[in-house]
Unconditional design. Structure first.
Length: 505
């Protein structure tokens, strides 16, 4: 059988079993629940309540409500998703209509009481077990009876944190509880009695549904000890299309090494598994145990929602790749820091401010106004006490020229300091952040001193001649790992990160 034919056959089989399940549901509802006016959940239950109270045929209410729900759901869920649901709704409508015409009726127009008078509770048990089995048959073949299932699927699409089960339970409680508002059901005590019966129906039906579906999915684990382990593994892998895990075992009594086969299979495959093992090695030692659940390829899907942390995207307005790399390392993977080139900006943003604060804000405003994105920019200056705070805002272009010539800048700074014993200096970083037009600034400072000659090969800018307070090495000697924890930029970025985390909440 080709793959296409197999897919078609699987679809046909699904529709056949859905029809079978709906047939069982119709028999249970018509013969065991309706004669005793037992209420249930779902649209079928609501239709029955309206029928008991008004005499309006339940199949008509059922098709009207589902028709309205389908019109809404088609836009939300699509035709493909609802094909089997539409089939189930139409089929159940026709089955309920024909069943009521075929079954003999009582004087009040309801189907005759097969279990006899006063057998409400026993009829409820039989009916609920049958409807539970019926629904399990429908659900395990990718079907749905519509109604509240449509509502649940629609709610879950827009609110993934709201489970399907919670929506269905809430809907059933409302439907069954609505009996209290129909005076046709007698006094408030009589209505309460009907509601409690309805809750029993819901509980028993759901228990049966879960039991049947779990029994169908029940898995077992085999541990096989055999000298013919290779033949058994080959047979299971080729004839039963099962994966086999081979473990290394060591016998305590014999002291011999032995291979142990570990296999996970469906419970209904057990007989074939034992038959295959016995044909190859009748003396094989086999352990079979039930497992609570097996999930993954070939078994059940892991039906849990995984919360995906959405990283906040923000642009760092700089063309300096050293700065970009440093900031990304400091922020880690909690934020997605984009470079200017990531938003198509290749402009050389002018820095005409007289202070670090001015320059940081100018760059951030330039990007925000032109590209309409949340962004931040920084400006950093080395401030040497003996030079009156120079080079300060001119640190990048201290030696003149186009700027960013680190070697020339360091050479000029050391020359200007000469033999001055006051070598105190500090690095200061200002970050200007703009989010939705709101501006915030953050400052980071690290104190230290200027040494007399360059040391170290890492870092950039003035790192080889700046020794931070409390350390006997320069930034260039400490390496990026330590520098990114104690530097001026690290301290400013840390304040930025704390603010961004609050914004995300």
């Amino acid at each position: 059988m080709t793959l296409d034919h197999k897919l078609i056959w699987n679809e046909v089989k699904d529709y056949m079993f859905i029809a079978l399940g709906l047939g069982i549901y119709t028999v249970a509802f018509t013969i065991f629940l309706m004669p005793y006016q037992i209420v249930a959940g779902g649209v079928t239950g609501l239709s029955a309540i309206i029928y008991y109270a008004t005499g309006f045929h339940l199949e008509n209410t059922y098709i009207i409500i589902n028709g309205l729900l389908l019109v809404v759901a088609l836009k939300i869920l699509g035709v493909k998703f609802l094909m089997k649901t539409i089939f189930a709704i139409v089929t159940l409508y026709l089955m309920l209509m024909f069943a009521q015409e075929m079954v003999p009726t009582q004087d009040n127009g309801l189907p005759f009481k097969l279990m006899g008078e006063g057998q409400d509770f026993m009829s409820m048990i039989i009916g609920c077990v049958m409807t539970g089995i019926a629904l399990a048959t429908v659900f395990t073949h990718n079907g749905s009876t519509g109604g509240t299932d449509i509502i649940a699927a629609s709610v879950n699409k827009y609110h993934p944190n709201v489970s399907l089960g919670n929506v269905l339970i809430a809907a059933d409680f409302c439907i069954i509880g609505s009996c209290m508002f129909f005076p046709q059901f007698g006094t408030y005590m009589e209505r309460a009695h009907k509601v409690m019966f309805g809750f029993c129906v819901m509980a028993l039906e759901n228990y049966t549904l879960d039991y049947v579906m779990n029994a169908r999915r029940q898995s077992v684990q085999f541990m096989i000890f055999s000298k013919k382990w290779q033949e058994i593994a080959n047979a299971i892998g080729t004839q039963m299309n099962h994966g086999v895990t081979i473990l290394d075992g060591h016998g305590w009594y014999t002291g011999h090494q032995m291979k142990v086969l570990c296999i996970l299979a469906k419970k209904n495959e057990s007989i074939n598994m034992f038959r295959l093992i016995k044909m190859i090695d009748p003396n094989a030692f086999v352990s079979q145990s039930s497992v609570i659940g097996v999930y993954g390829e070939g078994f059940e899907e892991m039906r849990v929602s995984v919360k995906k942390d959405k990283k906040m995207k923000i642009v760092f307005a700089t063309n300096n790749m050293n700065k970009l790399t440093e900031v990304r390392k400091i922020l880690g993977n909690k934020f997605e820091v984009l470079a200017l080139e990531d938003i198509g900006c290749h402009d050389d943003i002018p820095e005409k401010g007289q202070t670090l604060e001015d320059n940081a804000l100018l760059k951030a405003q330039y990007v925000y106004k032109k590209y309409k994105v949340d962004c931040f920019a920084d400006d950093t200056g080395l401030e040497v006490e003996a030079l009156g705070g120079a080079p300060g805002v001119y640190s990048a272009r201290y030696a003149g020229g186009a700027g960013h010539d680190s070697e020339a800048n360091m050479k000029k700074l050391l020359a200007d300091l000469g033999n001055n014993n006051n070598r105190k200096a500090r690095f200061r970083t200002i970050i200007a952040l703009i989010i939705d037009g709101r501006v915030r600034t953050f400052e980071g400072i690290v104190n230290g001193e200027i040494i007399r000659e360059k040391r170290g090969g890492e870092g950039f800018g003035y790192d080889p001649i700046f020794q931070p307070e409390g350390y006997d090495k320069t930034f260039a000697e400490l390496g990026t790992g330590i520098k990114n924890q104690i530097s001026h930029r690290a301290r400013a970025v840390q304040k930025l990160a704390e603010y961004l985390k609050r914004e995300q909440k």
